[in-house]
Design a protein around this ligand. Structure first.
Ligand code: UT7
Length: 329
């Protein structure tokens, strides 16, 4: 019997049905389909429409079929960790709201705020509760309704983001599979380049902050791009080296879907060929905390037990990291 690892034993994701295509964006801002596709790799995104709906509603759509798939009840979930940058409210945590909506009456939970790296931060955190033996069933959610904080008059950001999310179930595994290693980092000085100016305790919402459009995403794209390319590749190379993995040993690279050019650069640095890299940015855009669970869900049928999988992400904060998983089913 090998060490107890936390294994992903079920995955599911959901994106809302309404589409926002490049053609739709051309009607809103000064852009072209060609610019968006060549600079980002995105063709369309999904947008959550409807009064009173938030990130928790996307999460619930992903989680209920996941529980059914695994054949367990919501009352068996012990912990819900929700990675989100667009919580339903400032408080309470979206994890609490999800717990209530799915009927997880025996769970506790909390949110993780690490922008686009949130899902891998939450996954690593959740794994600790399994490894220590504290819990046997942990739900890790990555979800965002990015359309709630995007300025659809700002062509530099509105073409990138979409809504969506997903969840995984973590359970103990003693066969050698599961979450093997992770390297996570933050550099708060990077906050200058990607943040939301108002709505927090430093600058609470006022009529003036709303008029100045300060509740939307502010991004200096080029600077973020440069950091993302370097940091995502560095950390992925580091986790491979630490675990004695060569490019050939990697079954799948699952990168955060922020920009196809960042994904390509990371894969090149890791010496992983395109056919082993999950890619769906063209259909969903950047769903922030949603990208990695959505990739896991879309590619699940192609994974095999024992596959070496590397997750890699970079996000606002700055935050970044890499997780090494041996797929468990
Ligand atoms: O997910 C977490 C973190 N976020 C990221 O990883 C995003 C990282 N950044 C990026 O992906 C890219 O920087 C962007 C996609 C945001 C922008 O691409 P870029 O190649 O870095 O463009 P740029 O910001 O350097 O802008 C180049 C030009 C500018 O025009 P001038 O000054 O050269 O005349 C922009 O005004 O492209 C212009 N531009 C646009 N043109 C048409 C910016 N946005 C658009 C647009 N359509 N939507």
């Amino acid at each position: 019997m090998s060490k107890r690892h936390a294994a992903i034993t079920a995955v599911n994701a959901w994106v809302p049905p309404d589409l926002l295509t490049n053609e739709d964006l051309i009607k809103l801002v000064d852009t072209t389909d060609e610019w968006i596709q060549t600079r980002t790799g995105i063709r369309e995104r999904h947008i959550l429409k409807g009064e009173g709906l938030g990130s928790s509603d996307i999460a619930v759509q992903a989680i209920l079929p996941l529980l059914k798939k695994r054949g367990i009840g919501a009352d068996e979930i012990e912990l819900i960790i929700c990675a989100t940058t667009t919580p339903d409210m400032q408080f309470p945590a979206t994890a609490n709201i999800i717990g209530d909506k799915i009927g997880a009456v025996n769970a506790w939970g909390y949110d993780v705020n690490a922008a686009c790296s949130g899902f891998i931060f939450a996954l690593t955190t959740g794994a600790q509760f399994i490894e220590t033996g504290k819990h046997k069933k942990v739900l890790v959610v990555g979800v965002d309704k990015m359309s709630s904080i995007i300025d659809y008059t700002d062509r530099a950001t509105c073409v990138i983001f979409g809504d969506g999310g997903g969840a995984v179930l973590l359970e103990p595994d003693e066969s050698g599979n599961g979450i093997i290693d992770s390297i996570l980092r933050v550099d708060g000085s990077g906050r200058a380049f990607l943040h939301q100016k108002a709505g927090g305790s430093v600058k609470p919402a006022t009529a003036e902050t709303v008029a100045a459009r300060e509740h939307f995403v502010y991004q200096e794209g080029q600077t973020v791009f440069k950091f993302a390319v370097t940091k995502m590749a560095d950390v992925s190379a580091e986790i491979m080296e630490r675990n004695h993995l060569q490019g050939d040993d990697i079954s799948w690279l699952i990168p955060h879907q922020a920009n196809k050019r960042i994904i390509d650069a990371t894969a090149r640095r890791m010496n992983v060929p395109d056919e082993k890299v999950t890619l769906n940015i063209e259909r969903y855009g950047n769903t922030t905390n949603g990208t990695i669970p959505i990739c896991l869900w879309e590619y699940e049928n192609r994974f095999k037990k024992g596959d070496n999988i590397i997750l890699a992400a970079f996000g606002g904060g700055f935050t970044w990291g890499s997780v090494y998983i041996k797929w468990a089913y």
